[in-house]
Design a protein around this ligand. Structure first.
Ligand SMILES: Nc1ncnc2c1ncn2[C@@H]1O[C@H](COP(=O)(O)OP(=O)(O)OP(=O)(O)O)[C@@H](O)[C@H]1O
Length: 236
């Protein structure tokens, strides 16, 4: 079912503050005095796929970064299962920040060119103190899931295609088994077959894990196929 919600408020956001899900409450963000998000509510329940759309510059990526706990809002807050999260990135405890992962449009902008694909996938595990053996096992498992061969895992970003690098980014996003996965135009740069494969891996993961997914895309066909409901952000 697709529900179009005019304005900046997610009409499906449950009233109960303790409701299960990842939620933005009255989120405001400004860059240099220019307001991009103005009291935005958005709720992603476990297992559902919410589409987020809006004109270019309306703040979709900004909202995704706030929900991914990468950008502190100037007003409002984010909750997971009703728990307000104070702080972003490494100021949050690992058990909270690893519950949300994000996949960006450009894998090249999101990866360190000096690392092999195997090290890119294992990066978040090193940050949480996982042993080298466990990290290697998890990397191999995820490489298999996203369709990366052992040969590709030894290469660095300059020696693989955008599609292969995005598969590594997807594996990295899933490495901590997040409860919420945010896909910000994550398949826009990919050819049709890689796009379909990435979407299938995400959908299969979602089904097994009961994860909530937020999809940002300008592609109406992909939105209709993927999202259970759609929230519209108005122009900033
Ligand atoms: N770090 C930043 N510093 C200053 N302005 C920024 C920054 N990030 C985004 N903006 C501005 O904020 C506005 C919203 O950007 P954002 O990328 O969130 O929009 P969007 O809806 O995702 O756009 P698109 O659909 O084109 O990707 C834009 O005007 C953008 O130029």
């Amino acid at each position: 079912m697709t529900l179009t919600v005019p304005g900046a408020t997610d009409a499906a956001a449950p009233g109960a503050a303790s409701a299960a899900g990842l939620a933005a409450h009255q989120v405001c963000v400004a860059y240099g005095g220019q307001r991009v998000l103005d009291r935005v509510d958005l709720h992603v329940a476990p297992g559902e796929t919410v589409g987020l759309r809006g004109p270019s510059g309306s703040g979709k990526s900004t909202l995704a970064r706030v929900l991914a706990l990468l950008h502190a809002p100037d007003g409002g807050h984010v909750t997971i299962d009703g728990q307000p999260l104070g702080g972003v990135r490494h100021r949050l405890p690992a058990h909270l920040r690893t519950r949300v992962a994000i996949l960006f449009q450009s894998p090249r902008a999101a990866t360190d060119p000096r690392l092999s694909l195997a090290d890119i996938i294992a990066e978040p595990l090193r940050a949480t103190g996982t042993s080298r053996e466990q990290a290697a096992a998890r990397t191999a498992e995820l490489a298999d899931l996203v369709g990366l061969t052992a040969d590709l895992l030894t290469r660095r970003p300059h020696a693989v295609s955008d599609g292969q690098l995005q598969r590594a980014c997807l594996a990295r996003a899933l490495v901590h088994r997040p409860d919420y996965l945010l896909c910000d135009e994550a398949t826009a740069m990919l050819d049709a077959s890689t796009q379909a494969h990435v979407a299938a891996v995400v959908t299969d993961y979602q089904r097994r894990q009961g994860a909530g997914v937020l999809v940002i895309t300008h592609d109406p066909a992909l939105m209709a196929r993927w999202a259970n409901r759609v929230v519209d952000l108005p122009a900033a």
